[in-house]
Design a protein around this ligand. Structure first.
Ligand SMILES: NC(=O)c1ccc[n+]([C@@H]2O[C@H](COP(=O)([O-])OP(=O)(O)OC[C@H]3O[C@@H](n4cnc5c(N)ncnc54)[C@H](O)[C@@H]3O)[C@@H](O)[C@H]2O)c1
Length: 340
């Protein structure tokens, strides 16, 4: 394919925390793209974000933005329940899409999106599982791929937030947070997750009333591996994402934050990121740049609609395991050839 000569006109749909940050990113960091439209059901918010970028028009209706002549690609950053309708509208115009995670909030709606993309006959969507672009995760994946460590047996994941937002519920620890480990586990190991168990210690006294925080999640995979996740969203001290893969001939671990170690006054130590925008800044930059570059080449790369569907199915099983206790099997349709 030949690289397009002009910059890619992008509509950013949803201008909340992530959407506004992606607008800034495309405007200031990404090369080869410009934000030509922003969309939000909150008209004032859309106007305020559009005002930061020359030549950017504010809309309240995603379909109206997608119909504009200067919109050639779509970045979806509205809340998960709004993704399906926007994805289907983008498919009608055959527009390339970067869709924030989750693809959709449940497996049935994710499957409808998958079936719609199959009807198009080609991939159109990169799903926003940005850990695949984080330099530490990329190194870990590359090491596992060499086979030097042997077969992966277990993954130990820790996912901690300083504090959860007021709207956070016990099931969101799975569907919003552990969704990232569902994808990271599938991607690192190249396995599908077949069953989920959720164990629930007595909640932390620092968690809001009624929130089951922390939780301990165990994934089983079709390659015979186990992947456990400590999810703790009110740990108080910062934002930490760590992963250790235990293989037959060694282990590999990321996320210790050892980039800067200080020695001072009888102590040694470093700093802990306070939120995901800080910890994964490079990952978000790489994710968006990769999407723009691939789109300009006429290609689609990265996490696919299949990956979004599989993660949704894992999270659905996880939510049932949390609510009912016990082990819940993950139900997946057969993987279509488009996603081989
Ligand atoms: N990859 C990550 O690490 C990461 C981190 C945070 C959030 N996210 C994802 O990004 C998405 C947005 O999250 P957020 O934290 O920015 O939420 P947010 O609530 O801050 O912003 C959402 C915005 O979308 C607007 N909106 C709602 N329905 C809409 C619709 N139908 N069309 C257009 N706009 C609509 C809202 O008015 C709001 O301005 C979610 O899918 C979330 O899961 C991903």
């Amino acid at each position: 394919m030949t690289e397009r000569a002009t910059t890619l006109g992008v509509a950013v749909i949803g201008t909340g925390r992530m959407g506004a940050d992606h607008v800034r990113r495309i405007h200031e960091v990404t090369s080869g793209a410009r934000v030509t439209a922003v969309v939000d059901v909150d008209a004032e918010r859309a106007k305020a974000v559009a005002a930061r970028v020359d030549g950017c028009t504010a809309y309240t209706d995603p379909a109206a933005a997608m119909a504009a002549a200067d919109v050639e690609a779509v970045l979806i950053a509205s809340p998960g329940p709004a993704h399906e309708a926007t994805l289907l509208a983008a498919f009608e115009r055959d527009l390339p899409v970067l869709c924030e995670k989750p693809l959709t909030p449940d497996a049935a709606s994710a499957l409808r999106v998958l079936e719609a993309e199959l009807r198009l006959g080609h991939r159109r969507v990169q799903v926003g599982f940005m850990r695949r672009y984080d330099p530490e995760y990329v190194k870990l994946k590359a090491l596992l791929t060499t086979g030097q460590l042997g077969r992966p047996l277990m993954v130990h994941n820790r996912h901690r937030n300083a504090a959860s937002p007021p709207f956070f519920t016990s099931t969101m620890l799975i569907s919003d947070s552990v969704a990232h480990e569902a994808d990271a586990t599938r991607w690192l190991l190249g396995h599908e997750i077949t069953a989920v168990t959720v164990l629930r210690p007595t909640p932390s006294a620092n968690a809001p009333d009624g929130l089951r925080d922390p939780q301990f999640v165990v994934f089983e995979t079709d390659g015979g591996a186990l992947s456990d996740v400590e999810i703790f969203v009110n740990c108080g001290f910062g934002y930490q994402v760590q992963a250790e893969v235990v293989c037959e001939r060694g282990t590999a671990r990321i996320g210790d934050g050892h980039a800067l170690v200080t020695n001072m006054a009888g102590r040694w130590g470093g700093t802990i990121a306070q939120d995901f925008t800080e910890r994964f800044e490079t990952a978000y930059d790489q994710e968006v740049q990769t999407w723009v570059d691939a789109t300009r080449r006429g290609e689609v790369t990265g996490p696919s609609v299949w990956d979004g569907y599989a993660a949704a199915a894992v999270c659905e099983a996880g939510v049932r395991a949390l609510e009912d206790g016990g082990r819940v099997e993950v139900e997946l349709v057969e993987r279509p050839a488009l996603y081989a």
